[in-house]
Write a protein that binds this ligand. Structure first.
Ligand SMILES: Nc1ncnc2c1ncn2[C@@H]1O[C@H](COP(=O)(O)OP(=O)(O)OP(=O)(O)O)[C@@H](O)[C@H]1O
Length: 267
């Protein structure tokens, strides 16, 4: 097995004609997706459409049953998956942290790719400075010394994005980052994501959601999934239309876009 290094050229992600079958059930069928540096993809679909399954392939957590997936230029199946995972920023809102680390410490665990602080590990001055920069970028500098168990869900979400960015990944995967956030927290999170994209123009992101209102304005591309199949994919203005979204969610909706954000209401 090769020990992977991030490839500097070519697409960040390339899934080619991928099927995933588990326990005899097709979870994904014939999915093809290419993500390039600087692109910001949304994966949209109803409950059970296959979004998390696709994200788990892109984050090197699962192999496809058929077809190929290249993550940062490395083919799943021909590379050490654990090492490859460490090159990808993955934000999981169900982060399994149990100890009362501070925001600063949680973000530093991104450098070791662990949930807890590694005993006897000491961050370098450069790592500490990088963590502080990311905490500021995500707008939670005033919470640096606050403990995880005292944070609001919105603050936790932003701390986890800062944590995922510690190894300066070229790819950031966001699994429903706005779930459970109130209006203000959701808007703060989206502003943080927009700032992040402006400050790191080469970063590619893939964001999973059910809700169009949770898409940041910088979203460039979208894929709509329905029952494990791709309904349509491509530039966001071509994909997010009333017709496509109605088909995707099997319900007639009317989509509007205002100041770069999307809204859906039943027709
Ligand atoms: N190991 C498995 N074996 C069989 N079916 C599975 C397995 N894992 C997931 N599924 C099913 O695959 C389908 C797709 O699941 P997935 O979690 O990818 O959907 P999703 O679009 O992320 O849904 P949600 O929006 O509800 O999170 C679901 O019907 C789920 O029950």
């Amino acid at each position: 097995m090769n020990h992977p290094r991030p490839s500097d050229t070519g697409p960040v992600l390339h899934a080619d004609d991928v099927d995933v079958v588990r326990d005899g059930t097709h979870l994904l069928r014939s999915i093809t997706l290419q993500v390039h540096p600087g692109q910001h993809w949304a994966l949209l679909g109803a409950n059970g459409a296959g979004k998390s399954t696709l994200l788990s392939l892109l984050g090197a957590h699962q192999h496809p049953t058929r077809g190929s997936v290249d993550v940062l230029g490395h083919r799943l199946g021909a590379v050490d998956m654990r090492a490859l995972r460490s090159l990808v920023g993955h934000v999981n809102p169900r982060h399994p942290l149990n100890s009362p680390l501070t925001v600063g410490q949680v973000v530093l665990t991104g450098a070791t790719n662990t949930t807890e602080l590694v005993p006897r590990w000491q961050p370098t001055d450069a790592e500490t400075a990088h963590a502080d920069r990311l905490i500021s970028l995500l707008g939670i500098a005033d919470r640096t010394h606050a403990r995880w168990n005292t944070l609001s869900q919105g603050e936790r979400g932003r701390a986890l994005i800062a944590r995922a960015l510690m190894p300066a990944p070229r790819l950031l995967l966001l699994d429903e980052p706005a779930t459970g956030l109130d209006l203000a927290a959701r808007e703060q999170l989206l502003t943080s994501l927009e700032d992040l994209r402006t400050q790191h123009p080469e970063l590619a992101t893939v964001l999973v959601t059910h809700h169009l209102e949770e898409l940041p304005t910088g979203t460039t591309h979208a894929m709509l999934l329905r029952e494990g199949r791709c309904l349509t994919a491509g530039p966001v203005e071509e994909v997010i239309t009333s017709d496509h979204i109605s088909k995707c969610f099997n319900h007639p909706v009317h989509i509007t876009r205002d100041h770069g954000r999307w809204h859906a209401r039943a027709r």
